[in-house]
Design a protein around this ligand. Sequence first.
Ligand SMILES: [Zn+2]
Length: 443
Amino acid sequence: MSSFAFSVLFVVFLAITLVVRFWLSSRQIRHVLAHRSAVPAEFAEKIPLSAHQRAADYTVAKTKFGLFSMLVSAAVLIGFTLLGGLQLLSNIIFNWAGPGMVYQLGLLVAFGAISGLIDLPLDYYKQFVLEARFGFNKMTVRLFFTDMLKNTLIGAAIGLPLIWVVLQLMAKSGGLWWFYAWLVFSAFQLLMLVLYPTVIAPLFNKFTPLNDDSLRDRIEGLMKRVGFASKGLFVMDGSKRSAHGNAYFSGFGAGKRIVFFDTLLARLAPHEIEAVLAHELGHFKLKHITKRIVVMFAISLAFLALLGYLKQQLWFYTGLGVNPLLLADLSNNDAMALILFMLALPIFTFLLSPLSSISSRKHEFEADAFAARHTDANDLVAALVKLYEDNASTLTPDPLHSAFYDSHPPASVRIKKLTNKLSDKVDDKLDDKLDDKPMAAHG
Ligand SMILES: [Zn+2]
């Protein structure tokens, strides 16, 4: 491929990405506004009009902010690549450090720092203007900056040694470096599954064992029914940062734990909490988490193999606005290849993003069905209504926007399925085939 042809291809894919995203966002805004004046009939008794309108306004504000961020990112991307930003950065660092590992790590650090500084005002606006306007921000400015500092330090402490290993492999392990890098990367991901919940997350939040005895008994009863052993039930002080509520299951092995946001516990009744947890356990028992990890490993292997090919092509650099260093040791270009790959990949894969949304939504339905079998579907419906209302999630998303992006099906669709489940035993039997354990309890 010629360098010019690759530049054209890059610009064409960037334009497609921008146009599609702009089109989907404008559809979303129009659709939400068109349905702003009335609560959908099936929610009319459960959700007040004021909450529905707040959700509409929040969705529109977030979507508009998304469009603005998209334009900033596109400008930054073009600035780094075709307008010569990375070339300039590389020249400066090379003149200072000369060839070698210091130059490569310096380039990556400088690139990361500049990207972070550009994102900073956007993150700040999102938290202290957008989220604050709708009452979701619980963070102080001080906490915002301490978080940022902690993230940077932890990122450097973990990321730099990992990058150093990858650069060593790229330079010294021959044509199959990408395969060895993949092994390292995969081992690192698995290690993080243990380290994140036990070591890293506690640096940001307080985790206290759940001490509500009756809720504990209820949850332990559920875990026994579905055959799940956890290393602990914890409450996290999510309210320190945001009013959004959540529950999650994290880690594996010694790190396997169930975490409830304090905001969730404050808002839901015990039987609703049980239903939400049954949904989360559904993800685990139906092996969604394992499947996601396996898919992620397969995709990263394919991408690393692609990078293995691209980093040897001159047009890959020149087509993206960079002249590679033509030194005796060509591995000096490896850090640049990593940066270019990180920047260009999302542009070329954007149109594939509905695939991951589809698979994720399928998992959500399966987890809902699991929860309906092991707890009362009515409780999950009640919990979902509260969570959608509290999080100001729109009940009337544009169907196409939702199909493209949403990892969770729209509330109305989830609730319709759950409500049908209550009366439809045939459906229940079909769902049981998805799960090894037959229904143990049903409301
Ligand atoms: Zn889920």
